[in-house]
Design a protein around this ligand. Structure first.
Ligand code: URA
Ligand code: CA
Length: 448
């Protein structure tokens, strides 16, 4: 771009003008090379925060982010490659059982995952609580395992979508994280660089999500589906509840135990509901089945027959993990202190703020405040109630797993401040509220 100062481009966006493909390419190239300083990018981010981006600008920004680093070549994998992504949440233990179930039904799931931050957990941290499990596979080893077993999970390398690392770090310190085009281009930039043919998105809404409102979450989902489809990826999004924790367990080893419960045919109904909904979509989009009912039957059979659990054990072994924890959870990292938490009064559980529960677990050491923090894989909490349940005074509603008695008592107080027991009955949260695809548009689901 000749004879133009980047300030003019900031001015253009500040005046609600459209940025051209050339403008956006100039910005992202300059951000990565360092020729455009961070303070100018920060100002541009704030202008975008207030003035937004249209669909074309957002798709092009995503394209620039996705090609700013390594682009993963999955062409050595046979079949339709499927990716799944969650916009982040609490007790969101979907990916691990989902990959085992879908892979055992014939899907191809090369999964690159991230670590937890703040109140929200990350699949890679959870897997690291399995003794020996290697999340840093070479691309060759990763492809070999996916070709043989249908699934593997590795840590996203730092070289994918490098522009996103810089943008996210600046958004974090300039209060510009919660912008639909910026979140959509960040998530989809990484997804496009990861090379799958099909992208199934789990977009959370509610207190523990980036999007606290349902309408905003649907808007984010529509934007991401549009970006994926514009870039020739089959992209389908589900909007699901994150007002309360999805599963019961919050904490890394504790969530691995819950993933195993799901694969053994148990586990929390709400968590299973999201897993099966996404699995249906993956099996249909892979061409393994035509109809949702057939996908559901196949997934439930994979669990009932033990095939999904067996596939999980095979993947763990292939990634150098010791699958002994599947039958002996006590070989996973164990917290020194266990403290039951009891309902302070009788009544109805009227809310269990997902963010509050996520932060309580983070304060125990299960999560990180900043990217540099160390975490404790053993600690966390397990809830025994969901919104809408009735409880009697003195009934156990949770268990805290902590390093020290003091930590456990602090967490107990946080849990008691977060789980509200009231007099009036409330309806449970609806788990899956909408499906968004280019073919069908936005389909909202009624409470059933
Ligand atoms: N997750 C991401 O990767 N990026 C965002 O901006 C928000 C959530
Ligand atoms: Ca297209």
């Amino acid at each position: 771009m000749v004879n133009r100062n980047f300030a003019e481009l900031i001015q253009q966006k500040k005046s609600a003008g459209e940025l051209s493909e050339e403008d956006i390419s100039w910005w992202i190239d300059g951000l990565v090379s360092g020729s455009i300083p961070d303070y100018q990018t920060s100002a541009m981010l704030m202008a975008i925060y207030f003035k937004g981006m249209n669909a074309h600008e957002t798709s092009w920004l995503t394209h620039c982010v996705s090609t700013s680093g390594d682009v993963i070549d999955l062409s050595s994998l046979k079949g339709v490659k499927c990716d799944k992504h969650s916009s982040g949440g609490v007790a969101d233990t979907v990916s691990i059982p989902l990959i085992a179930i879908a892979a055992s039904c014939g899907a191809v799931m090369p999964k690159m995952s991230g670590r937890g931050l703040g109140h929200s957990g990350g699949t890679i941290d959870k897997l690291e609580s399995i003794p020996g499990f290697d999340v840093n596979l070479t691309p060759l080893a990763f492809m070999e395992i996916v070709n043989r077993l249908g699934g593997a999970i590795m840590a996203q390398t730092g070289d994918v979508a490098v522009a996103d690392k810089k943008l996210y770090a600046l958004r974090d310190v300039t209060a510009t994280v919660d912008s639909v085009p910026l979140i959509a281009s960040s998530i989809m930039g990484k997804k496009l660089a990861s090379g799958a043919d099909v992208i199934v998105l789990d977009v959370k809404w509610g207190s523990g999500a980036f999007m606290t409102g349902k309408a905003e979450a649907i808007e984010l989902a529509k934007t991401m589906v549009g970006i994926g489809e514009d870039n020739d990826k089959t992209t389908v999004a589900y909007v699901t509840d994150m007002n309360e924790p999805l599963g019961n367990a919050v904490g890394n080893a504790l969530e691995i135990v819950e993933a195993v419960q799901i694969l053994k045919g148990g586990g929390p109904a709400k968590l299973l509901d999201v897993i099966l909904t996404l699995c249906d979509e993956i099996l249909m989009q892979s061409g393994i089945v035509q109809k949702r009912e057939d996908a559901r039957t196949m997934a439930l059979n994979a669990i009932a027959s033990g095939n999904a659990l067996q596939r999980f054990a095979d993947i763990v072994r292939a990634q150098r993990g010791d699958p002994a924890f599947i039958d002996r959870p006590e070989v996973l990292p164990q917290a020194a202190v266990r403290l039951p938490v009891y309902a302070p009064r009788s009544g109805f559980v009227t809310s269990i703020d997902a963010r509050g529960i996520g932060l309580a677990a983070m304060h125990l050491g299960a999560g990180r405040r900043t990217k540099e923090d160390a975490i404790d894989l053993a600690v966390g909490l397990v809830l025994d109630v969901k919104t809408g349940d009735t409880v009697s005074a003195g009934h156990q509603i949770a268990t805290v797993y902590a390093r020290t008695d003091d930590d456990a008592r602090t967490c107990e107080q946080e849990i008691l401040g977060t789980i509200v027991v009231g007099e009036a009955s409330v309806a449970p949260w609806q788990t899956v509220v909408a499906k968004i695809s280019r073919a069908d548009g936005v389909v909202t689901y009624e409470h059933s």
